[in-house]
Design a protein around this ligand. Structure first.
Ligand code: NAD
Length: 273
């Protein structure tokens, strides 16, 4: 799958340090989470212009709360079932072996951390975290068990607006300091990326020698601008994707295929398989 030329390059350059990964929805596909644009994704059933928008969700909740509850149940049911796959695990091993410096991800599923990666920069937030609506740095982790419990209660009380509100207020409480309601800590349409995470990403890319771009269509900005930022600073770009992305032509090496298989092969090339 990996050409002889690329094998030689990986063996020569990866151990010299500052390899960084930029991951997208494709890396979690083999964990059972559909990609944003692929078949079977959440957005085939729910219009993202409404459901991936805070204002849209708020308005819809006022008129038809059951639709929002159905969406919350479907959204969490998919990511609660997912476990890290060989691609997430390979990156965690590369980080542990001091080959990979950090993982910048557009994903919100927390699977990199679950696989053991420590230095993870989350550009679009995390579905297992909530935050105060007016203070993005005031966050709280919602454990998987808590979310499972919430989903169970929402399913049971779906037809009672009062009970739904009671359940939601229990898991998304008001902030004790400002009184704002906590919300899910993910970046919805039209919202700014967390600036501290974006700055961390740029800082890492300032010294990057190799950027591994895995499972991203590279059409969502500003994340899609990061490969160019790294490239003009001298990084070599290696893309792993099962089809060409929006920026494939910019990459020095392109590996077509499934992320899990290819990263396992890279581990082998480096002698960690
Ligand atoms: P995308 O859906 O636009 O693109 C996914 C890319 O991965 C595609 O190019 C596809 O060909 C490729 N791919 C699919 N399966 C693959 C596999 N097994 N191995 C290698 N490549 C594979 O995703 P994006 O570029 O990350 O942008 C979508 C946005 O939606 C992001 O902002 C992301 O936060 C969000 N999202 C996140 C998740 C998640 O957290 N797992 C899932 C869906 C969407």
């Amino acid at each position: 799958m990996i050409s002889k030329e690329l094998r030689d390059y990986i063996q020569k350059s990866f151990k010299r340090g500052h390899v960084i990964c930029l991951s997208g929805a494709g890396i979690s596909y083999e964990s059972g989470i559909p990609t944003f644009r692929g078949q079977g994704g959440l957005w085939e059933k729910y219009d993202p212009a409404l459901y991936a928008h805070l204002e849209g969700l708020t308005q819809l909740f006022k008129t038809n709360p059951i639709k929002v509850i159905d969406f919350i149940i479907d959204f969490y049911s998919v990511i609660l079932k997912a476990y890290p796959n060989p691609a997430h695990r390979a990156l965690a091993i590369l980080e542990k072996e001091n080959i990979l410096t950090s993982t910048i991800t557009q994903n919100i599923d927390g699977l990199h951390q679950e696989a053991g990666s420590r230095n993870v920069i989350e550009l679009h937030g995390n579905a297992f975290r909530i935050r105060c609506n007016c203070a993005p740095d005031k966050t709280r982790v919602l454990a998987k068990d808590e979310i499972k419990e919430m989903i169970g209660l929402l399913k049971n009380h779906k037809n009672s607006r009062i009970k739904i509100l009671r359940v939601l207020s229990r898991y998304f409480p008001r902030c004790l300091n400002c009184g704002c309601r906590y919300r899910i800590d993910i970046v919805l349409f039209g919202e700014m990326l967390p600036q501290d995470e974006l700055s961390r990403a740029y800082k890492e890319l300032n010294n990057c020698h190799v950027l591994l771009i895995i499972g991203s269509s590279l059409v969502v900005y500003p994340a899609a601008g990061l490969p160019l930022y790294a490239k003009v600073r001298g990084a070599q770009l290696i893309e792993i994707n099962n089809e060409p992305s929006g920026l494939s032509d910019l990459c020095d090496y392109r590996i077509l295929g499934q992320a899990g298989e290819i990263l396992t092969e890279i581990l082998g090339v480096l002698g960690y398989a």
